[in-house]
Design a protein around this ligand. Structure first.
Ligand SMILES: [Zn+2]
Length: 137
């Protein structure tokens, strides 16, 4: 069984087996945010609606993390990217792909990746991005 690392970060309800990021959209100014907020950072409005973001986006920028740390229990270089979603916001996340295959402007979609943290249930997952057209690992 797969358990989201944090409730309210994404939903698996799309019927396509893919995680859909939950974003908030301000009813007063239209600002979108991820993770979803209860108060708008742009206008301080409180009439925000939570919606599922489209699962595809474009790599804006990326880097390779080559140091042990964070949530990774074993060292393995990994890619973190900022991805522009068509919903109008930029989201940061892991890219489940070899560094040499990632490029600015590349189309990606959401996927799931295990959170390999010692002491955490191996079924705990979080969203990531994968090259569009590939299956999740
Ligand atoms: Zn607002």
């Amino acid at each position: 069984m797969q358990t989201p690392v944090v409730e309210g970060l994404f939903e698996m309800s799309g019927g396509d087996g893919l995680p859909h990021l939950l974003i908030s959209r301000c009813g007063q100014c239209g600002a979108v945010a991820f993770p979803a907020r209860k108060r708008c950072a742009a206008c301080c409005g409180t009439s925000l609606v939570v919606e599922e973001a489209p699962g595809e986006g474009t790599v804006y920028s990326w880097t390779v993390i080559r140091e042990l740390g964070g949530h990774r229990a074993e060292f393995e270089p990994y890619v973190v990217a900022q991805v522009d979603l068509s919903a109008g916001l930029r989201v940061q996340g892991l890219v489940d792909a070899a560094p040499e295959t990632v490029a600015i402007g590349q189309r990606v979609r959401t996927g799931l990746t295990a959170v390999p943290n010692a002491g955490m249930d191996p079924g705990v997952v979080t969203y990531c991005f994968v090259p569009a057209g590939e299956g999740t690992r």
